[in-house]
Design a protein around this ligand. Structure first.
Ligand code: HEC
Ligand code: HEC
Length: 284
């Protein structure tokens, strides 16, 4: 029930005039520390809106812009790195590897570029992955492990249909190219025997000489010109059990790698070449 506001006798504070069952509501003022803090936050918010970007499309009078700051920092860092990048761009990978200072930069930069662009397929340490992604850390090379070979592979990629100089030829799918599944089974056995992982198969050996040796070599020693991998070393792109080898021969495989020329700075391609060469299998 509402009453006329009056002063409360016990506390000396004004009442609001509200009373329930004899209990009267006091009109105690806010503590002033609380009130002024509250006013201060309002003033702070208004000042912030004026000075900094707080509303859509409004920059604020200080013109603060973290996006621009980032661009400036990036530009400064790039300018700092440019002299060394220019040298890495101009030198050949051989020359970079022979110069201790450039080599250090190339290995550090190559490691980062590899993690960004290559590790997804070739594994974090270049150890390769099942399904046709070769190890870059061993001395088994499809296309060659010299600086020039590695740089060509990285620049143009493999069977990507986007680079006229891409590496890689097509292996026929022999299920459609004249062999029966029984013959494919025989030649698969012969392939396994080349690395000592299967019994000899005379019919398979004849079929191999007729159909496969032109690309893979008489004893399966491989051919870097056509990118036909070695078959005699127990290192497999697509698996070395009989089922996988049979599948490869019947339906063929065609690993694809993008061309990095035009996507990466030539300095980065040189750094990657030196890095991959140093992973363990680099050739002269
Ligand atoms: C989309 C997957 C993919 C990415 C990404 C990729 N590669 Fe490859 N790379 C392959 C495949 C697949 C092959 C094997 C092609 C074949 O079967 O002949 C290969 C082959 C290679 C070879 C040849 C190896 C040899 O034995 O001759 C080198 C060197 C190489 N890659 C380096 C790189 C580098 C460096 C990068 C990063 C800039 C990279 N690759 C990124 C898939 C990839
Ligand atoms: C025109 C050349 C060519 C001919 C002919 C050819 N191959 Fe190949 N073979 C290749 C190429 C290129 C690859 C690599 C495919 C890839 O990397 O994706 C390959 C891959 C393979 C592999 C997979 C090796 C691995 O590491 O996983 C096997 C096995 C193989 N060939 C067996 C044969 C057999 C058996 C024949 C004959 C019946 C044959 N090839 C005929 C070019 C050829």
């Amino acid at each position: 029930m509402a009453r006329k506001p009056e002063t409360d006798a016990a506390t000396g504070v004004a009442t609001t005039g509200h009373e329930w069952d004899g209990i009267r509501e006091l009109d105690t003022p806010m503590p002033s520390w609380w009130l002024y803090t509250f006013y201060a936050t309002i003033a702070f918010a208004l000042a912030w809106v004026v000075l900094y970007p707080a509303l859509p499309f409004v920059r604020g009078v200080l013109g603060a812009d973290t996006r621009r700051q980032l661009a400036e920092t990036m530009a400064t860092e790039r300018a700092k790195a440019e002299p060394i990048l220019a040298r890495l761009r101009a030198a050949t990978p051989e020359a970079i590897a022979a110069d201790p200072e450039l080599r250090t930069h190339a290995l550090a930069g190559g490691r980062i570029a590899f993690a960004t662009s290559c590790a997804g397929c070739h594994g974090a340490g270049g150890q390769g992955a099942p399904g046709g992604f070769p190890s870059l850390a061993d001395d088994d090379w499809i296309y060659g492990g010299s600086f020039d070979d590695i740089r060509t592979t990285i620049s143009h990629g493999v069977r990507n249909g986007e680079d006229a100089e891409a590496r890689g030829t097509a292996m026929p799918a022999f299920a459609q190219a004249g062999l029966t599944m029984a013959q494919i089974g025989d030649v698969a056995e012969h392939v396994l025997s080349l690395s000592g992982t299967g019994p000899a198969n005379a019919a398979g050996a004849t079929l191999f000489a007729e159909n496969c040796a032109a690309c893979h070599g008489d004893r399966g020693e491989g051919n870097r010109q056509v990118g036909a991998p070695r078959l005699d070393d127990r290192i497999w792109l697509y698996g070395g059990d009989k089922a996988s080898v049979t599948r490869t021969i019947a339906y063929s495989r065609a690993g694809v790698m993008p061309a990095w020329q035009g996507r990466l700075d030539p300095a980065v391609i040189n750094m990657l070449t030196v890095y991959v060469h140093a992973l363990g299998g680099g050739e002269q």
